[in-house]
Design a protein around this ligand. Structure first.
Ligand code: GAP
Length: 444
């Protein structure tokens, strides 16, 4: 973990937020390369969910959330951790995370602590008008259920996908970007006929494992945890946690829950008429029926929901951890290389003129950069430092799959040297063929 944290800072992936004022616990900022990697990961998820499934639509809802939503979702009452204070060191811990040295000391009785951030809405600060920063993106999917169904004419099974920020006032943020207070989620709510939910749950577990594998997470680094009933969240009938071997230990990367009809059933009006199976609180505030009509029987059904919910930040950490390697080069030398899947690499290719100040070389390299950039594969850069060896090392370390060197022969025969990050093999390729070569090697 220390090596990763150091690489992240040194090369501009991730910084402690507000570092110049001492930082703020549980918050991180993504730097120039971090934002590229993170965006690439989110795009890969969006493509796999929304573009590759005609029965899944996207959503981008507000972060500030009406408290009534989080009252009926159960978050106001149940989204809490039991906390104890150590009277000796005056620190507060989650009951299950009291460090050994405090366990035998004088601890307070556990108290429930709500993890949601509250904020004032509007000009009056007397607490009469407030909102929450959403603790999960899921709730706005449920509250927009009818809007999406009506505007996109969906029938079961279908899903709504959303990527966005979520906020939790974690008591003990730790392990770099693993447990933070502000993070991003990639959540799908997949609505199915009651009775077909368990089959769909299994299907989604498999689909999600296949997807993580395509992002460079081998299945040997994953374990599935079938969450026992006494540990399930209040909305879940069954949850499979995708556990990854993070540098600090085996922990949750994604949760795939069968949320039954709990959420739509909690937020709908006319609950009495809807044959809801989950144990929901009476709702007198909702003005909308969150159900779907069976075309043949005309019966209104409250769909069950399968929810694959993944953390973007935990995904970034897992992917970087898998990709990070240090390889011997002989003569006691070594190189650090980030073997990212090319579609996730922050920079897809670096075009390097052999000599920094040679006008002709720089012009050819710069034209090539512009041409390759137009392919829309992601970021291509012109690396005009004049030191090829250093350029290769730097790009190995940040995971650039290809380095393209323009030398004096290039001016004569219109070819360039392409170096592969993983094998370090170099081949001479016609500059005209490079767009095709890049598309094949970056998109796979
Ligand atoms: N809507 C369901 C839900 O939010 P969750 O298991 O609480 O379920 C889903 O969160 C995912 O969000 C987790 O698997 C994890 O990847 C990520 N996540 C949750 N809390 C986090 C935190 N404090 N820091 C970073 N990621 C977090």
């Amino acid at each position: 973990m220390d090596d990763l944290v150091s690489l992240c800072k040194r090369r501009g992936f991730i910084f402690q937020s507000g570092e110049i004022y001492g930082g703020m616990q549980g918050m991180y900022d993504y730097g120039p390369l971090g934002i590229e990697l993170k965006n690439n990961l989110k795009q890969a998820w969006w493509r796999a969910m929304v573009y590759e499934n005609d029965n899944i639509e996207g959503l981008d809802a507000a972060i500030l959330t009406n408290p009534t939503i989080l009252k009926y979702s159960g978050h106001e009452d149940t989204f809490t951790d039991p906390m104890v204070d150590c009277k000796t060191c005056n620190q507060r811990f989650r009951l299950d995370q009291v460090p050994e040295h405090c366990k035998k000391k004088d601890l307070t009785e556990p108290r429930q602590f709500n993890l949601m951030f509250k904020t004032n809405v509007g000009p009056i600060e007397d607490g009469s008008s407030f909102g929450y920063l959403r603790p999960e993106t899921a709730q706005s999917i449920f509250t927009n259920f009818k809007n999406v169904v009506d505007s996109s004419s969906k029938s079961l099974p279908f899903g709504i996908a959303q990527i966005g920020k979520a906020f939790r006032n974690e008591i003990t943020p730790r392990n770099f970007i693993f447990r933070v207070r502000e993070f991003e989620q990639m959540e799908l709510e997949f609505f199915v006929e009651p009775g077909s939910d368990e089959d769909w749950h299994k299907k989604w577990v498999q689909k999600r494992l296949d997807w993580w594998e395509k992002q460079g997470i081998p299945m040997e680094s994953i374990e599935l945890y079938d969450v026992p009933s006494d540990e399930l969240a209040h909305y879940s009938k069954g949850t499979i946690d995708v556990m990854y071997k993070f540098p600090h230990g085996l922990e949750e990367l994604e949760g795939i829950a069968n949320r039954t009809d709990f959420d739509l059933g909690s937020h709908t009006k006319n609950q009495d008429e809807l044959n809801i199976s989950a144990d929901v609180v009476e709702n007198k505030s909702s003005n909308t029926r969150l159900a779907i009509q069976n075309i043949e029987t005309k019966e209104w059904i409250v769909p069950y929901v399968i929810e694959p919910s993944a953390g973007v930040d935990r995904g970034v950490l897992a992917i970087m951890n898998e990709a990070y390697s240090v390889e011997p080069l002989g003569d006691g030398k070594e190189r650090t290389v980030l073997k990212l899947m090319p579609h996730l690499s922050p920079i897809k290719a670096a075009v390097i003129p052999l000599k920094k100040n040679n006008e002709e070389l720089v012009k050819l390299a710069s034209d090539l950069k512009s041409k390759l950039q137009k392919l829309n594969l992601g970021r291509i850069i012109l690396e005009n430092t004049g030191n090829i060896g250093k350029g290769y090392r730097r790009h190995d370390e940040i995971g650039t799959p290809l380095c393209i060197t323009i030398d004096f022969d290039s001016l004569e025969d219109n070819t360039a040297t392409v170096r592969d990050r993983d094998t370090m093999n170099q081949e001479r390729i016609a500059i005209d063929k490079l767009p095709e070569y890049l598309i094949k090697n970056i998109n796979g």
